[in-house]
Write a protein that binds this ligand. Structure first.
Ligand code: CA
Length: 228
């Protein structure tokens, strides 16, 4: 399991990032400030996600110190968007840079890309190819087949199905799903989520049968298939 240290003081953001990353198989340790982060054995981690503005200083300022204990890639997070800051981030030795608010899927994609670069090895096929029942998904080519037939999904439907397929049998509350699919901006999204799921069901569920894949969990939300 890949280990990530998340140096981030905003608990809401940290929790959302942790949930997302754990769902795709990472172990996440949060450090709420620079002092706490520097007390950790940073060489244990595969990647460092570093917020810019922290209670006891600026993220870029400690990059040289981080570099003394590890070569792991550093992904900077920041609310600042000016190009000058972006350049400063890279000059300080960060490997990549994301401006808040960002899409969670984008964060995961960047982290995976950084890990692939640092490991200099091919991504594991099993990670990109998911199979459940008759449904096969290739995350790299963004294609979905049901019983061998290609099914065309919208990006949102694809995201929802990927979240489901990575965690068969897990019960997701609607709020949790919205958070996972939409990242930060999700106010009033509940009905929209339901309609995305209705369309996804029309595309993947067999005709004329009770729901085989996406099940409604009354009063809670949804689950996909059964635990394996
Ligand atoms: Ca911060």
């Amino acid at each position: 399991m890949k280990k990530i240290v998340l140096i981030e003081d905003e608990n809401g953001i940290a929790r959302m990032i942790s949930v997302q990353l754990q769902l795709v198989g990472f172990e996440v340790i949060q450090a709420k400030d620079l002092a706490t982060a520097l007390e950790l054995d940073l060489s244990e981690f595969d990647i460092i996600v570093l917020d810019w503005m922290l209670p006891d200083g600026d993220g870029p300022d400690v990059i040289p110190e981080i570099r003394r204990s590890t070569d792991a890639p550093i992904l900077m997070l920041t609310a600042r968007s000016e190009l000058v800051d972006k350049l400063t981030g890279f000059e300080a030795g960060a490997d990549d840079y994301l401006t808040k608010p960002f899409d969670m899927m984008e964060l995961i994609a960047r982290i995976k890309a950084l890990l692939r670069r640092s490991e200099k090895q091919k991504p594991e096929k099993t990670e990109a190819q998911l199979q459940y029942g008759e449904i096969g998904m290739d995350v790299d080519t963004r294609s979905v087949r049901v019983g061998g037939e290609e099914v065309v999904l919208t990006p949102t439907e694809f995201k929802i199905l990927e979240i489901f397929m990575r965690a068969p049998g897990k019960v997701f509350s609607r709020d949790e799903l919205i958070e996972l699919v939409m990242g930060y901006e999700y106010e009033g999204y509940g009905r929209t989520l339901d309609s995305h799921i209705a369309r996804l069901r029309n595309k993947i569920e067999p005709d004329g049968h009770e729901r085989q894949y996406i099940k409604t969990v009354f009063g809670v939300g949804y689950k996909f298939g059964d635990e394996r």
